[in-house]
Design a protein around this ligand. Structure first.
Ligand code: HEM
Length: 390
């Protein structure tokens, strides 16, 4: 079975997925009583079929129960419509110059050294600053954002239970209270003096005369911190990792920079930043002739679906010209990622700036890279690289 907790598997889960998928696309893991879905069609169905697979996976008392991603229709439909009002394409597109400026500033700080930890120096601070600015939070508050985000990320460990899980839950409770106090003040300010930022739009957004409650805004803010930053961080880091692992593809990209958007789609498929999500069966459900009983936790493994040879030719080949590339790295259907346009924009700007400025980059060490700890996301915790100062 898959050992999600081993570094080796988190660095390279793909051979295990292949092995399991070819054995059976639906598998029951008896120790955790988890049902794994491994093939493209099965994963896609679970992500979209809210009538059979519920997204309400946390108990109603859990603080994450307010999150859009863990809600079902009709509540999900209303919440999503409200958030979409605030998260407009115009608001995202207007960030482009600022993302470019931030990418340059971050590179300026390290470029002369000829080495950096890509994760700490570039792929973490960039999306974090973008999210903070999008919300309209003061720059001085950004270290707090990072700390909060780390605590929220650690929640994915609580599936294993035990003392460690209890400690993480407690830390999350403390952080939620801190965030609530912080947000209450910001919301108050926006009510008094509206600004052109996401928070003001969240406060003002209305659907059928209804507005978001403060608890819903807090839930969205927490989700935005993890969903909007951890994932994009991994996309940027994974892209550089893929380019280092596949020098022929990097050479191709350098000679045809217009391939960057397609290269980003291939990174999303090949090393999906979100490897898996959770669902709960609402009733007995038959998938590929296997019956998953009602009330069971299901893990649709996006990272495996995106390597399914039934759907992708040469699925284990990293090919920046792959076309079509119907990956489901941003999910599928009613919960499809709201931040996909922002993530793609951040990746495009940050990577093009990086590739213009940083030449001849390689891993700084022969040691295997250290993976992020959370079990459902995929990417390096650190990625020390060397390069020619440019
Ligand atoms: C939902 C992946 C970036 C906000 C999702 C889902 C996936 C995903 C797989 C579907 C979850 C499900 O079906 O249960 C990613 C990846 C990203 C990324 C791979 C970056 C490479 C972002 C960004 C934001 C964001 C930048 C916001 C700024 C959200 C939200 C949802 C979501 C709010 C919930 C949507 C809903 O439940 O209706 N994301 N995401 N994501 N994502 Fe992203």
């Amino acid at each position: 079975m898959l050992d999600f907790l081993s570094d080796e598997t988190r660095r390279n889960p793909f051979p295990s997925y292949d092995q399991l998928r070819s054995f059976a696309p639906v598998l029951h893991e008896p120790r955790s009583d988890l049902w794994l879905l491994l093939d493209y069609e099965g994963v896609k169905r679970a992500l979209n079929d809210a009538e059979a697979f519920s997204s309400v996976v946390s108990p109603p008392t859990a603080r994450t129960s307010q999150w859009l991603v863990f809600s079902d229709p009709p509540r999900h439909t209303k919440l999503r419509a409200l958030i979409m009002r605030a998260f407009t394409p115009k608001a995202v597109a207007s960030l482009e110059p600022r993302i470019r400026e931030l990418s340059r500033e971050l590179l300026d700080q390290t470029i002369e050294r000829g080495e950096m930890d890509l994760v700490t120096d570039f792929s973490v601070p960039l999306p974090l600053r973008v999210i903070a600015e999008l919300l309209g939070a003061p720059v001085a508050d950004q270290p707090r954002f990072r700390r909060w985000s780390d605590v929220i990320m650690a929640l994915s460990h609580t599936v294993s239970g035990g003392d460690a899980a209890a400690r993480v839950q407690e830390a999350f409770r403390v952080v939620t209270d801190e965030m609530r106090a912080y947000l209450e003040e910001l919301i108050e300010q926006r009510r008094a003096v509206p600004r052109d930022d996401l928070l003001t739009r969240l406060v003002e957004a209305e659907v059928d005369g209804e507005r978001l409650t403060e608890e819903e805004i807090l839930g969205f803010f927490q989700l935005l911190l993890v969903a909007g930053h951890e994932t994009t961080t991994n996309l940027i880091s994974n892209a550089i990792l893929c380019f280092i692992e596949h020098p022929d593809q990097l050479a191709r990209l350098r000679s045809t920079p217009d391939l960057l958007p397609s290269a980003i789609e291939e990174v999303l498929r090949y090393r999906s930043p979100v490897q898996a999500m959770w669902r709960m069966t609402r009733r007995d459900i038959s998938v590929h002739d296997q019956v998953i009983p009602a009330g069971k936790m299901v893990m649709p493994i996006i990272g495996s679906a995106n390597r399914d040879p039934q759907r992708f030719r040469d699925a284990d080949r990293f090919d920046i010209t792959r076309d079509p590339n119907p990956h489901i790295a941003f999910g599928h259907g009613i919960h499809f990622c709201i931040g996909a346009p922002l993530a793609r924009l951040e990746a495009r700007i940050s990577l093009s700036t990086f590739l213009e400025r940083v030449r001849g980059f390689t891993l700084a060490s022969d040691a295997p890279w250290e993976p992020r700890e959370a079990i459902h996301v995929h990417g390096p915790a650190r990625l020390p690289i060397r390069f020619e100062p440019g």
